[in-house]
Structure formats: C-alpha cells, structure tokens
Ligand binder design. Structure first.
Ligand code: NAP
Length: 305
C-alpha cells in the first residue's frame, strides 16, 4: 500500500513529488507515455522564474526529477489503465493493480490533431505536433504550422532554423498568441502567414510521406494546394483523463474539476496541472498546483490517520 501515488512527470507531477518526498511520504511517481511531459517537447523556456537567460524545457524537467529523486521519490514507468476510487484507491498499471491512500493526478494534456481522415497514419510521415522533436529533419524545405496560439508561434519561429519557409496557417486573420510571441513570429521573414484558412486534407507521395496540404479559404470558400514537406499541428490539447472520467467530475471538455484547493471531490484524490487547467496552462502554474496538491494530500493523510 502506497502513501501517495503521483500520476505524471511534467512540472505538476515532479513538483508534487518534491514536496511529498520532503514530507517523508516516499511517493511512487508514474511516468506515462511522455515522461517529463510537454516541456520535453519545447525549446527555450523564457518565462520560468529564476532563469533570466531562459532554460531548455528538457533540462528544466531533468533538474526537477533529480530534485525529486534526491528526497526519496520513486519512479516507475506505467500507464494507468483503470482507476477504482475507494479506501484504498486502486490503479491498474500494465495489468497489475496497485493501491494507495492518496492519489495526485498530474497526467497533463496531449496535443490535438485536425481530425482529418487518415491523419493518424501520417503521424511520423510528415505530420507531427512537435517541432523540437522533428524540426531538424526538414532542412531547406517548406513546412507549415497550423494554429494561431503561442504554441504555433513558438513552433514556427523554431522551425525557421531549419526550413526554407514556414507557412503559418490560421483559421482567422489575427493570432491568439501573446503579443511578444506573435510579433516575433510575424517579423521573421521566413514565416509566411496564411490567414482565414483551414487544412482540409493531406497530400502524400508514393512513399506515403506528406507532400502538401489542401487548403480552404474560409472567407471566399476557395480551395488550393500548398506544397510542403511537413505539417506541424499546434491547435491546443486534450486532457489525459480517460481512465478517471467515470469516477471523477470533469468539465465539458474533459478536464478534471478541482472542488476545493486541488481536491477532485473524491476523498484523497487531488488534481494538478494541465489535466485540470485549461486557463493558465503554464509550466509555473502547473508547478504551483503540484505543490498545492502535495500539501493538500499531506494534510489529508495526516487528518485521516
Ligand atoms: P491555444 O492558445 O488554445 O491556441 C490554439 C490555436 O489553434 C488557436 O489559434 C485556435 O484558433 C487554433 N485551433 C484550435 N482548433 C483548431 C482547429 N480544429 N483547426 C484549426 N485551428 C484550430 O493553444 P496553444 O497555443 O497550445 O497554447 C496553450 C497554452 O499554453 C496557452 O495558455 C499559451 O499561452 C501557453 N503556451 C505558452 C508558451 C510560452 O509562453 N512559451 C508556449 C506555448 C504555449 P482560434 O484562435 O481561432 O481559436
């Protein structure tokens, strides 16, 4: 029986691990499909306090993990297949049930795709959601980024290091991104905005690799094709709540609802970070929630003894 299991190793999970470990709860931390979370797929993080010159996302995560291990957190690879709330709470990991008094869910959110037919089969063949992971494969060729938020601007700006040009395809005529990121992207001569347009299909070559996209202009309805070698989709995220939705309250988009502090409404189950936050979604707010969830869990454990 564990004192506390933490699901997720992004900023929220690792901060919860540091705090619960320092409270001598020797947390078991489950690393899921993307160990380290979304920061491992980003480049320089310029807004995390304490790093005036910025810090690499993966580097920041490695430091947090080291800090969590230093105080006694234990890490295990495992994707939660099922969850049964109770006393104790039970999680099924790789076919095995494990039990815990308290549970902190910090499983984050995963990138969304466009939901176009055949899309899933193209991931890794000229379709991706991670510029940091795949950008360097597309040197001196045209690519595109779909989306108009901070992610899209960040990805597009990063991709200009490699690509010959970066089309920034957005469904409106202005970017949602913060002014500093939008201005930086639009000032880059390699970034070519394609306004009021959506991708309606992917074009592939004989080898099954992306060779372009079909576009629809939402103002005049015209359709066109754009030749490029890779599509980077940056249109937001889905919360990773699938195994928990039957038992915990979620909002209309599937995000866990925090009832009081980080409590989910089920005794001894806490939520932190992007799995419960579609508003702020920052590394620092996720870390802050991880800290809060750890303190909430620690107090709940003390009170229930
Ligand atoms: P976001 O802000 O939700 O933006 C998603 C973008 O994708 C929007 O422009 C949206 O268009 C577009 N979109 C959504 N669904 C679409 C669809 N089906 N087809 C075409 N376009 C679609 O998501 P995000 O950019 O991933 O950012 C998420 C959060 O992380 C934000 O809070 C952001 O500030 C933060 N973030 C921060 C940094 C940083 O500070 N370094 C970097 C990345 C992200 P509309 O504009 O028309 O809705």
């Amino acid at each position: 029986m564990e004192n506390v299991i933490i699901v997720g190793t992004g900023c929220a999970g690792l901060t919860a691990a540091i705090y619960t470990a320092r409270a001598n709860l020797t947390p078991l931390v489950l690393e899921g499909r993307l160990p380290g979370g979304q920061l491992t797929t980003t480049t320089a993080v310029e807004n995390f306090p304490g790093f005036p010159d910025g810090v690499d996302g993966p580097d920041l995560i490695m430091r947090m993990k080291k800090q969590a291990e230093k105080f006694g957190s234990r890490f295990q690879y495992g994707v939660v297949e099922e969850f049964q709330p109770g006393k104790p709470h039970r999680l099924k990991i790789d076919g095995q049930w494990i039990e815990t008094k308290a549970l902190i869910i910090a499983s984050g959110a995963s990138p969304r795709y466009l939901d176009i037919e055949g899309e899933k089969t193209l991931i890794g063949h000229g379709l991706t959601s991670c510029a940091t992971c795949d950008g360097a494969f597309y040197r001196n060729v045209p690519v595109c980024v779909v989306g108009g938020g901070d992610s899209a601007c960040e990805e597009a700006t990063f991709l200009t290091r490699f690509a010959s040009e970066v089309y920034l395809i957005h469904r409106r005529d202005s970017l949602r991104a913060s002014k500093i990121m939008a201005d930086r992207a639009l000032a880059n001569p390699k970034i070519k905005p394609v306004w009021n347009s959506t991708v309606t299909g992917y074009l592939t070559d004989e080898a099954g690799e992306v060779r372009g996209v079909k576009l629809k202009n939402l103002q005049d309805g015209s359709v066109s094709e754009l030749a490029l070698k890779c599509v980077f989709v940056a249109i937001g995220h889905e919360p990773n709540t699938a195994p928990f939705r039957h038992a915990l309250p979620v909002d209309e988009n599937g995000y866990l609802i925090q009832k009081q502090g980080t409590q989910t409404g089920v005794d001894g189950v806490f939520a932190a970070g992007d799995v419960a936050d579609h508003v702020y979604r920052q590394a620092i707010t996720a870390a802050g929630q991880g800290c809060a969830a750890a303190i909430d869990a620690e107090r709940w454990l003390a009170d229930s003894e």
